[in-house]
Write a protein that binds this ligand. Structure first.
Ligand code: ADP
Length: 425
């Protein structure tokens, strides 16, 4: 039907004429059919006229496009093109990107996700991500809710690569999995570790020789050099200690698990107290408070080294006359070893960085007291290997509390002697 006819006055006029004609023919001939046919035709035209009235702009647009329609089309095209750009940009990102719906079904992923996570297109679209990552570090992490980023794990699609994964919420309960290829950083970290371990190892022998000769020299033979000799001995001892601490750190860093041995706390605590007294030489009041009969499960040597570091710090950073308390007690869901001192304390700004290697609040105080700056780093690594954490509370001028908090999985009943094999199976 011509467009002009639909949009002009002729349409309603034609409707009326047809209705009249139908009625007249029916009345004149006395038959119903011409009347019905013409009325039906009339109604069709009326309906068309109504349709024209309701959707006028649409009908008009097919012949002479409406300006709104043009604008809408341009916008739609622009949005579609932006979406295409975004998608192709996300597609070429070096990091794996996976879009998940609210029930963790895979909706979309980029090329890096195929490479790093081993996803396949179109096979894996619509499948649950945890099922696709089965038997990898990522599957446990996803099953546990993936609340924290997962650092440096083997890429499921590439055994020689490492990834750091993060799960971000977006939209309405959707998730975005990002997995960054950290192989390069891991390699650099490995190079750094090897370098430090090799240098420390190489320094060990010459230092032992120097230290040995210094011990042989008797200050009484050369009294004028006595202070120099003392200083040389102290410094060579310190260097030896730094080398030993660096080697301990290298070992702890490369270690993934600790031995599951029973660590008997009663004798360990008694020996820590003796060490504190020996170091303090009567300058402090030292107490031991044992409130639980629990033992620990782990490496006796490493735990002794960590606890002993905390005790020695408390003695070294507490002025004469101060108090030091060693405590071992149950908590709601585990147990806590803590060392309390009434020493110098630590300004709040430094607390978060204390476990970094060679980080010191006061370098001169640390050196004067024979510190290497590596003690708390060692403590942190030992605790990580035991799934424990270090909690530090301190107030300048009042003192500090260094606490090692263990989860109940690491506790053993000290009244029973445990078989070490299979304790954690
Ligand atoms: P260091 O060998 O220097 O003691 P650590 O790693 O053991 O190295 O400790 C790092 C720094 O933390 C120390 O240099 C010191 O400034 C601070 N620190 C550690 N323990 C205490 C404490 N009990 N009281 C005050 N400061 C402390």
């Amino acid at each position: 039907m011509p467009q002009r006819f639909l949009t002009s006055w002729r349409l309603p006029a034609s409707c009326a004429a047809l209705l009249l004609l139908g009625g007249a023919v029916g009345w004149l001939t006395g038959t119903v059919w011409p009347c019905v046919t013409v009325v039906a035709l009339g109604e069709t035209v009326v309906l068309l006229s109504l349709f024209r009235h309701k959707s006028g702009p649409m009908l008009q647009s097919s012949a002479t496009p409406h300006p709104d329609h043009d604008r809408l089309m341009t916008r739609t095209r622009r949005i579609a093109s932006r979406l295409r750009d975004l998608r192709s940009a996300a597609g070429t990102l070096p990091d794996a990107v996976v879009l998940l719906d609210h029930s963790h079904h895979v909706r979309w992923f980029n090329h890096a996700a195929e490479d790093l996570l081993g996803l396949k297109r179109p096979r894996d679209r619509g499948r649950v991500l945890a099922d696709l990552m089965r038997n990898t570090d990522l599957s446990d992490w996803l099953a546990e809710g993936a609340r924290e980023p997962l650092n440096d794990v083997t890429a499921p699609g590439h055994p020689n690569r490492h990834v750091t994964a993060t799960l971000l919420p977006f939209g309405s309960r959707q998730r975005l999995l990002l997995a960054r290829d950290t192989s390069h950083l891991t390699r650099l970290e490995q190079i750094r570790r090897d370098f430090v371990a090799n240098v420390s190892h190489e320094l060990r022998t010459p230092l032992t020789v120097i230290h040995g000769y210094l011990e042989l020299l008797d200050p009484e033979d050369v009294p004028e050099l006595a202070p120099v000799l003392d200083e040389m001995r102290a410094q060579s001892k310190r260097m030896g200690q730094i080398v030993e601490d660096l080697l301990t750190l290298s070992r702890l860093e490369t270690q993934e698990h600790v031995a599951d041995e029973q660590v008997q706390m009663a004798p360990l605590l008694a020996s820590l107290r003796k060490e504190a007294e020996a170091l303090s030489q009567g300058r402090h009041t030292i107490s031991l408070d044992v409130a639980t009969a629990h033992d620990l499960l782990g490496s006796p040597k490493d735990l002794h080294s960590a606890f002993s570091n905390l005790v020695s710090n408390a003695v070294r950073y507490t002025p004469t006359g101060g108090k030091i308390a060693i405590r071992w007690a149950d908590t709601e869901d585990g147990a806590r070893f803590s060392v309390h001192d009434s020493g110098f304390g630590i300004p709040a700004a430094h607390i978060a960085r204390l476990t970094e290697r060679f980080y010191r609040v006061s370098s001169s105080r640390s050196r004067d007291s024979g510190g290497t700056g590596l003690g708390l780093s060692i403590v942190k690594h030992v605790l990580n290997l035991h799934q424990a954490r270090l909690v530090i509370e301190s107030e300048t001028g009042k003192g500090s509390v260094f606490a090692c908090v263990f989860v109940s999985d690491r506790l053993l009943d000290s009244t029973r002697v445990h078989e070490t094999a299979g304790l954690h199976g």
